[in-house]
Design a protein around this ligand. Structure first.
Ligand code: ZN
Length: 165
């Protein structure tokens, strides 16, 4: 079994490409948690929440540009974006996600050389958060069942047909 080396970064502030490159050295998985939007939403600060979203958006653009400008990562790297929870659906309940209707709804976006370019998918099978790790392992050429046979299966729509297990 191939070793998996993970770097985990939790950044509420701006990050530069050189920091990412240093974090990724000799690792094949980088997890970056962007917490700002959750913190500001709990604080009922919609203005800061929007700023946090704009930061995350620009950070992801910088990250993708960095990956695509690097011979080490270009066309060899998959970016998986997701959220750990949703928020409420109304102005009254958007500041929390515990026992809030709609907080169970999340999304996932995947881009990379092993993912078909199908755009936004809205009529697929329902996928679940417990499929994320198995999907990541598939991109590494690993079978999730060797780690946790009870985990959700890889999300097939984001895998090329030859990579599906
Ligand atoms: Zn929260």
């Amino acid at each position: 079994m191939a070793p998996i080396s993970v770097a985990i970064l939790c950044f509420p502030a701006a990050m530069c490409a050189s920091t990412l490159a240093a974090a990724m050295e000799k690792r094949n998985v980088l997890l970056v948690a962007l917490d700002e939007t959750d913190d500001w939403a709990h604080g009922d600060r919609y203005d800061r929440f929007l700023e946090g979203m704009m930061f995350a958006d620009s950070f992801l653009a910088e990250l993708w540009d960095f990956l695509q400008s690097s011979t080490q990562y270009r066309d060899k790297t998959t970016l998986i974006l997701t959220t750990d929870h949703g928020r409420g659906n109304t102005p009254e309940d958007w500041t929390d996600h515990v026992d809030v209707p709609g907080a169970e709804d999340i999304w996932i976006a995947v881009i990379g050389p092993d993912t078909p370019d199908v755009g936004e998918v809205s009529n697929s099978e329902i996928v679940y958060q417990n499929q994320t790790a198995a999907t990541l392992l598939s991109f590494l050429g690993l079978d999730y069942r060797e780690f946790n046979p009870n985990a959700g299966a890889p999300i097939s729509v984001v895998l090329n047909p030859t990579d599906r297990r």
